[in-house]
Design a protein around this ligand. Sequence first.
Ligand SMILES: *Cc1c(COP(=O)(O)O)cnc(C)c1O
Length: 392
Amino acid sequence: MIKTPVYMDYHATTPVDKRVIDAMMPFFTEHFGNAASLQHRFGWIAKEAVEIARKKIAKAINAQPREIIFTSGATESNNLAIKGVAHSLRSKGNHIITTQVEHKCILESCKALEADGFRVTVLPVDKNGKVDVDDVKNAFTDSTILLSVMFANNEIGTVQPINEIGKVCAKKGIVFHTDATQAVGRIPIDVEAMNIHLLSFTSHKMYGPKGVGALYVRSKNPRIALEAQMDGAGHEHGLRSGTLNVTGIVGFGTAVQIAMEEMDEENIRLFWLRNRLQEKLMRIDQTTLNGLSVERLPNNLNITFHNINSDQLMTEMNDIAVSAGSACTSEEIGDVQYSHVLHAIGLNGEAGRSTIRFGLGRFTTEEEVDYVADRINNVISKLRTFSAVGVL
Ligand SMILES: *Cc1c(COP(=O)(O)O)cnc(C)c1O
């Protein structure tokens, strides 16, 4: 028997791995020190644990430990990256480029800067959610200071041409930030080879605790200067004041290490499970796959079930936890409410409101995949039959 509700919303968050909890436990109790209290053993132990985690996290993206700044999560990292660069390079230029499919925290940070005198270009994407590198090049002006393009999309799983974009930015001397929240631990990342200057990610999307994240800030070739967004005692090279979340950081470090060690094997498993789910669901009438079939996150599936309202579908199957295209990230676009990402890839309101995102993860099983496929198949047949006979 399968345990319900079945969780298939791993892009929203993930459960904490037991091995991560084990690593964290001593730092709640006997090793409770403040990592900035360097006059006694409690502080030294906390500080040492933080530095070990920092090393693991840096290694995962081929960065130096001193280039990792701990934050409260990807939202804060993204705010610090975007606003931090804008404020520090204000005298050089006022133009920022991003894309239509970014997470809200990027788009809203840009909006806030716009109100502060910056100019923002929001690049369109193709029907699969991909940015065109030529569009990036054409958007550059003499006053461009920053480009922010996410690594992999949290709704449709599309992976962006980060390598090419990195090259273009390096050539033009423009700061390149990427929100890699969905990519770290799933796609190999090398900030050196990829010419990345700033990179955001978060622990709770990779089986670590909530409330802790990181921002990679390049220290040389070129050194990226940021203006802190938090005033205080000057922790994290003055970039992020506030007592470090030692327990969370220890968990984050362990979570990253496990994700890196298991990535290759886990990707093969997820890819197989996702394709199994995809094949089963695409057999249902009037379905379309959103995003690319190949260059996408191995754990992501995003499908439109035409003429089915996804909220209604989800109400009919409260034993399955998935996310609707009209979910919390939705915004008012004209008179309809649906995801800005689905809007950007050309879905209209009807299709947007008939879309479901499936996120598979470390604890997803074949039985769960089959259960979800069967349930959706049954519920959709029922809804379509009812609507055909005019009940709905
Ligand atoms: C979840 C997510 C965020 C926000 O991360 P938090 O740590 O919850 O603030 C940002 N960007 C992307 C792409 C995400 O998936």
